[in-house]
Write a protein that binds this ligand. Structure first.
Ligand SMILES: [Zn+2]
Length: 95
């Protein structure tokens, strides 16, 4: 492994398991909702403008309270199933 591969690995660790866990906060009521992506089953294979394959997973979360604001999240994974991009509407990501 050369230096740049080591560096790349340090910044983008391989997934530690089958599930990618994330948390979001509802923009309307502030409820924190936990979600999970089955990184080997949920994402679908797509190709970008340069014909590079990637995986895309879209999920809609709704809180358990009285608020029914849907929170839509979209995750983009590279081939080793590392998250390379994510988008959210209706809420924000919580680390
Ligand atoms: Zn809400």
């Amino acid at each position: 492994m050369n230096f740049f591969q080591k560096l790349a690995r340090a910044f983008a660790p391989a997934p530690k398991g089958r599930f990618y866990n994330f948390s979001v906060r509802c923009k309307r009521c502030g409820e924190v909702i936990h979600g999970q992506v089955d990184i080997y089953n949920d994402p679908s294979l797509e190709y970008d403008a340069n014909d590079q394959p990637f995986y895309l997973c879209r999920k809609v979360l709704i809180g358990s309270g009285r608020c029914f604001q849907p929170i839509e999240v979209v995750f983009k994974f590279d081939e080793p199933r590392r998250v390379i991009d994510r988008q959210i509407s209706g809420g924000e990501f919580v680390e």
